[in-house]
Design a protein around this ligand. Sequence first.
Ligand SMILES: N[C@@H](CCC(=O)N[C@@H](CS)C(=O)NCC(=O)O)C(=O)O
Length: 194
Amino acid sequence: MSESPGHVQGSLAAVYESLQTSVLQLFTDPTQLSPGQAVLVAASALFVGAVVWTCCGGQRRTKVKLRAEFTPGKVYYHAPPPVKAIPCLTPFGMKLETYLRMADIPYEPMYGRSMGPKGKIPWIEYNGEAMGDSGFIMEFLNREKGVDLNQTLSDADKAVGRAFTKMVEENTYWYEGYQLQYCKLHVGTHIHVG
Ligand SMILES: N[C@@H](CCC(=O)N[C@@H](CS)C(=O)NCC(=O)O)C(=O)O
């Protein structure tokens, strides 16, 4: 027999109330916590920890194998290899490598399939450390190398540029991915470029 929504609500309210009392007890006089209350507080702490860890990308942290030897100040750029006329199949890689070339930053492409510390590509190795996310990498290298490719832009132009970047990376990108999957599943073909 399934529980009615009213019963479920009532049980949740009781657990919440009990948790509130236990947390209050923990902060006022922890020695008076009953075993049941201790278990409830510990389980809740574990649950909150797991949610925070998951949302903060803890599960995505990938152990990367770093090069044993490196040239200080040189960027080792990890991304998938170029395909036909496309320099990089990931738009984030295309952006990052174009930036490296425009800013004249010495780099060595390490084309392959290895994922970076955030479980994504592209990523870089720099002075023996791994770093992920094309945007963070560019901000880091701007500071590190004293580069500013936007220096001739007005503040308004920079704001428009940022808005477009966020729109393309956080929204348009996902539509493109959906479109590719849709064609594969429903039209039975991939979209061919070139
Ligand atoms: N914010 C990241 C996004 C990188 C990204 O989403 N890369 C995709 C390839 S286009 C990826 O590695 N996806 C693998 C995955 O999410 O498991 C950046 O700017 O580098």
